[in-house]
Design a protein around this ligand. Structure first.
Ligand code: NAD
Ligand code: USQ
Length: 397
């Protein structure tokens, strides 16, 4: 298949591009490299040394003989360029990762809120609009988030996208209707993923676009089988207070002797998936495309749930680290339970990698190897959810 990977220079997009290229697909990365610019804006860099996208693809060709093509396009702003690219290339499938994906960055200031909404909503809408306009019958796979559901389980596991509800009819009987699970975002970023869902519902109904939306949990780890093949194929790894996600942050903090930054009581329960499984799920979703006229297919792309303080305790044990319980810069439930259905990927053959201590140690090893690149002053989470929350800017004892 000819596959366009939008956002293919990013943390999940890059290993996905390598994985699909390895499987024999003709892979085209489309990216505006905004994530690299945001590193510059924030004064941070990936823990792992990342080469330019052109250099990465050159090394991939040297290693495997396979070509990954790169196209510098801003899909939120260069609508005509995107349209022309689709007209000329007519991909069989499109994997859409190209959004601003950090909740703390999206809450940093009014400017960051605007940027996140404009970038994410326009990116998704431009793409849908251009698919219709160019008669491109590609299977669109979008990376959504578990955060569209909120994180509370009300005595039942969170289903995969749709919820059957009973409604009382005029004659007093009960009719059942299937609705999108009620959206309950916890940040501006998560809100954009809720808006994306509505755009997908409309374009699938109105234009028969074939769409799969993957509600992914927090991705942890760094290597996949392909990124391990050469030092210059290494994946990016974010550890800073805006882009670093919780488990990856704990691992790097443990590696450099920084107390693990638990927000509040650490009673927040979240869904997780290893990067290798994330990449494999995309492969499985590609093989299970909806037909024209089908409703949007929704999968929960996660493999296990954990409470933040439990993760901190596991990491503290394996790496002999200390834990710091800090005031929470976010507005979120202090404690929650979370049970999630993920039957569809399991039925398609996903054999999940679970968070075992051996695997965590491997990531601590990556973290230790590149610890010299860490700027400790960029570790505190400096973005607060409301004006009256004052983030703790120095958590380094
Ligand atoms: P990332 O920031 O590392 O990668 C996103 C890529 O998209 C970057 O290379 C960026 O330059 C590009 N991009 C952004 N806006 C663009 C635009 N307008 N035009 C072209 N390119 C653009 O993020 P990631 O961690 O790889 O996440 C990928 C997707 O998966 C995101 O949509 C995110 O919401 C979702 N997701 C990520 C996680 C996670 O833990 N990392 C978890 C669940 C869902
Ligand atoms: N947390 C800490 N300490 C930290 C960092 C985070 O206790 O140092 C807590 C947060 O307060 C939160 C939880 O850990 O309760 C998760 O935070 P996170 O930054 O790891 O994850 P989140 O902001 O939800 O976003 C990440 C990705 C996003 C994706 C989402 C999936 O950045 O792209 O959509 O995970 S999910 O969380 O399932 O919605």
């Amino acid at each position: 298949m000819k596959i366009a990977i939008l956002g293919g220079d990013g943390f999940v997009g890059w290993p996905t591009s390598l994985h699909l290229s390895q499987l024999g697909h003709d892979v085209h990365i489309i990216d505006n490299l905004s994530r690299r610019w945001i590193d510059t804006e924030l004064g941070v860099q990936s823990l792992t040394p990342m080469d330019s996208i052109q250099e990465r693809t050159r090394i991939w060709h040297e290693e495997t003989g396979r070509r990954i093509h790169f196209h510098l396009i801003d899909i939120a702003r260069d609508y005509d360029v995107l349209k022309n690219w689709l007209t000329e290339n007519q991909p069989d499938a499109i994997v859409h990762f190209a959004e601003q994906r950090a909740a703390p960055y999206s809450m940093k200031s009014d400017r960051h809120k605007n940027y996140t909404v404009n970038n994410n909503v326009n990116a998704t809408h431009n793409l849908l609009n251009a698919l219709v306009e160019t008669d491109t019958d590609a299977h669109l796979i979008h990376l959504g988030t578990m955060g569209v559901y909120g994180y509370s389980t009300v005595g039942a596991a969170i289903p995969e996208g749709y919820l059957p509800v009973g409604i009382e009819t005029m004659d007093g009987a009960t009719a059942t209707q299937e609705i999108l699970y009620p959206a309950n975002p916890g940040s501006i970023y998560h809100m954009t993923k809720c808006l994306d869902q509505l755009l997908f519902q409309f374009y699938a109904k109105n234009d028969g676009l074939r769409i799969t939306d993957l509600h992914q949990g927090i991705v942890w780890g760094t290597h996949t089988d392909q990124t391990r093949r050469h030092p210059q194929l290494i994946n990016r790894f974010d550890y800073d207070g805006d882009y670093g996600t919780v488990l990856n942050r704990f691992l790097i903090q443990a590696a450099i002797g920084y107390p693990l930054t638990v927000h509040g009581t650490g009673g927040q329960t979240r869904a997780f998936i290893h990067i290798q499984d994330s990449v494999r799920c995309i492969e499985l979703a590609l093989k299970s495309a909806p037909e024209r006229g089908d409703k949007v297919k929704i999968f929960n792309q996660m493999t296990e749930t954990h409470r933040v303080r439990d993760l901190a305790e596991i990491v503290a044990r394996i790496a002999d680290a200390k834990i710091a319980y800090l005031p929470n810069p976010r507005k979120e439930a202090a404690e929650n339970d979370l049970v999630v259905k993920n039957d569809q990927f399991l039925q398609l053959g996903l054999n999940p990698i679970t968070l075992e201590e051996g695997l965590l140690e491997e990531v601590v090893d990556v973290a230790k190897k590149f610890a010299y690149r860490v700027d400790r002053s960029r570790i505190p989470a400096a973005s607060a959810w409301t004006k009256d929350i004052k983030p703790t800017l120095n958590t380094d004892p």
